[in-house]
Ligand binder design. Structure first.
Ligand code: UDX
Length: 425
């Protein structure tokens, strides 16, 4: 494989993972960010996010010399054959993506690219952004759309073992050069036009979000008719047309992508004259589900006869194996519970939460369980999955567990004197 010189602009979760992984594939990578303290930290191999395997990749990249960190945008890009744009595109109030940072960077870089170099857009950007970027750069370089499909918590694994690599390009020779960067990875590479590549990213996330909304709504249906949602989903999973992944009921979907991307997609769809009502409905179903989940915990607390009922919330991140709490259903549910009850404690092994959001956060699961009347599991951390019923029974005052991640063996817990609640079990 040929070694390429790559500049990655933006060292957020996508940029940093992309940079560290491309360096591990043997390329010369410089990751750029305007946050001086972050770059200092990264140079010292201190990783600002909790992401399995990322620290060791950064460490080996730094020691092999394949990976460097810099605040020097222009000189780094001038020396590169490939520039990946991994910049934040946060939602505006109306849900559309805010492209200010992307455009600022492009205006600064205009005229600075090495001849023949290629700009690659990895950020999730509105359909037609590759065209807009090419226009800003006045055709100075080829622009390729190469959306990322990384999941937080398994981003390194997903990068190194992708389902597919998607390359949207008008100039096939530029697309093939980008594909060559990944030549040591074993997966299908799909070449398409930039508009289609950009659409895939939004529609893939919307499809997955709809799938989870469907599963969560099915849990309510199963609850109403007396069937078991876990058995029902197992029954569905054998059909390859449905697939076995993303069939886990939960407290609702969240994170940095699904809420933002579904909002942006429904906005784009409406503006195009073809509203995507299924996606709008999936979002509304998700909102309702987050509230129904909170209500289930409140009902459990209301039915408790203890004085000053203690509710213990297990899990704050939007899913396991990440410290990310952006648009986390767990955090939203916690806030609803805190608005209704005073004696609420929360525990999460990693979640990063702004000061003032959690009234009382404890450092261990045992502290959370101690004297609790109602325990609610909102994130699927292994630590919660491995909860020992006897141990929990000895620590708790009450016996109710609202298991909104469906982690516990209900029969075993019921045999130990617990009442385990969730929709459809
Ligand atoms: C998602 C996409 O999966 C990824 O391809 C894209 O690049 C970014 O957005 P991520 O946000 O990291 O990744 O998380 P993901 O694992 O997809 O989960 C999203 C949400 O759905 C989480 O709140 C999770 O708890 C929930 N979920 C997922 C379920 O409730 N049930 C499931 O079966 C799967």
């Amino acid at each position: 494989m040929q070694t390429s010189r790559i500049a990655i602009v933006g060292t957020g979760y996508v940029g940093l993972t992309t940079g560290a992984c491309l360096a591990s594939l043997g390329h010369q990578v410089v990751c750029i960010d305007n946050d001086e303290s972050k770059i200092q930290m990264l140079r010292a191999c201190s990783i600002p996010i909790f992401e399995d395997g990322l620290d060791s990749l950064v460490e080996s990249g730094l020691s092999s010399g394949n990976l460097a960190f810099s605040t020097e945008l222009i000189s780094s890009v001038e020396g590169a054959n490939f520039t990946f744009l991994c910049l934040p595109t946060p939602p505006n109030n109306d849900g559309t993506a805010d492209l200010t940072t992307l455009f600022d960077v492009l205006h600064r870089l205009k005229g600075k690219f090495a001849s023949g170099s290629i700009v690659i857009n990895k950020s999730t950007v509105p359909v037609n952004s590759a065209g807009v970027v090419a226009q800003i750069l006045a055709q100075e370089v080829a622009v390729v759309s190469n959306p990322e499909f990384l999941r937080e918590g398994s981003a390194v694994h997903d990068f190194l073992h992708p389902d597919r690599i998607l390359i949207g390009c008008d100039d096939l020779s530029a697309g093939e050069k980008v594909a060559a960067l990944y030549s040591s990875l074993n997966c299908p590479i799909m070449f398409t036009d930039p508009l289609s590549a950009e659409s895939v990213k939004y529609l893939a996330n919307a499809f997955l979000a709809m799938k989870i909304s469907f599963v969560n709504q099915s849990a309510l249906f199963c609850d109403a008719v007396g069937s078991n949602v876990l058995e029902v989903m197992r029954g569905l999973s054998f059909d390859p047309r449905i697939g076995s992944m993303f069939l886990n009921p939960g407290p609702g979907w969240g994170g940095s992508c699904f809420p933002k991307d579904t909002r942006a997609l429904t906005g784009m769809a409406s503006a195009s004259g073809e509203p995507m009502s299924l996606v709008t409905e999936a979002t509304a179903t998700n909102e309702k589900h987050i509230h129904r989940s909170a209500q289930l915990i409140i009902e459990a607390a209301q039915n408790n006869e203890a004085s000053n009922v203690k509710v213990a919330i297990l899990g704050l991140s939007f899913k396991a194996d990440t410290d990310d709490t952006r648009e986390s259903p767990a955090l939203r549910i916690l806030q609803i519970i805190q608005d209704n009850y005073e004696n609420v404690v929360a525990y999460d092994p990693q979640a990063k939460v702004q000061n003032g959001v959690v009234n009382k956060r404890v450092n261990t699961m045992d502290e959370a369980l101690l004297g609790a009347d109602v325990v609610a599991i909102l994130t699927e951390w292994d630590e919660f999955r491995n909860l020992d019923p006897i141990h929990a029974r000895n620590l708790m005052r009450g016996n109710v567990i609202v298991d909104l991640r469906y982690l516990l063996n209900k029969e075993v817990f019921c045999d130990s004197g617990f009442s385990v609640r969730a929709f459809g079990i």
